[in-house]
Design a protein. Structure first.
Length: 238
């Protein structure tokens, strides 16, 4: 494992009344200890998990639009608002890795076509594959050992079956390749990775939470076990 700690440098913050420090979890952050090769960030949209992940990517030297250290292209408003205010502690420091930003993956695939670099991603343009296939090509061909991978909603293009296939890729890289993953996700399937650390962003502070305590697990389980009742509750006009 490489990244050990994320610290907020409070002495550099000009005001807490503006984004990103208006987000409760970011405002209250002092430091976050990373003690696992696989760490998940969970929470509702706007809870700060992607904001923190982007900041980590910037400090790693990755393109915050998506990619590694050698992918140079721009996407509007992809820069990190938090990056200059955090400090990362490493042991040892690694420079290899990748930041997956699902919402701008199309732009990353276009960038690979422009520089004719798709041979390293399975030998075929990512645009010539389905969305899910292109994600799996990235995971299977670009990810290797001795690296840190920051993934923002990797399940966005993956069917449940492909999410399970991704879990196997994740397992192999962690076991054999000495890789570290920090993943922001809404997927109860991915969150089920064994012995992972899960940090919850849904309260005023970032706290570790058990898998069975996540709203993702509880809502999904309740829906599957009580589908008709759940649907009736949602559609009840009274």
């Amino acid at each position: 494992m490489f990244l050990k700690r994320i610290e907020l440098q409070r002495d550099l913050i000009p005001t807490y009344n503006e984004y990103p420090f208006s987000i409760p979890t970011i405002k209250t952050l002092d430091q976050l200890e990373i003690q696992n090769q696989v760490t998940f960030f969970v929470g509702e949209n706007g809870s700060g998990k992607s904001t923190l992940l982007e900041a980590i990517a910037e400090k790693c030297g990755f393109n915050t639009a998506g990619g590694g250290r050698n992918n140079f292209y721009d996407v509007h408003r992809s820069e990190s608002a938090l990056g200059e205010f955090i400090r990362l502690s490493w042991w040892p420091k690694v420079t290899n890795g990748f930041f997956l930003r699902a919402e701008s993956f199309y732009n990353f695939a276009s960038h690979l076509d422009e520089v004719a670099a798709f041979n390293a991603y399975g030998g075929r343009s990512l645009h010539e594959q389905s969305h899910g296939e292109s994600f799996m090509s990235l995971f299977s061909n670009r990810f290797n050992g001795n690296a840190i991978y920051l993934l923002d909603e990797p399940e966005a293009a993956l069917s449940p079956q492909r999410q399970l296939a991704f879990l196997r890729i994740l397992y192999d890289l962690v076991q054999e390749g000495e890789s570290q993953f920090i993943i922001a996700t809404h997927s109860p399937i991915l969150l089920g990775y064994p012995n992972a650390t899960i940090f919850n962003f849904d309260e005023d502070s970032i706290d570790e939470i058990k898998y069975e305590e996540t709203s993702h697990y509880q809502i999904t389980r309740y829906f599957l076990e009580n589908r008709e009742r759940f649907i009736n509750e949602i559609f009840d006009d009274e």
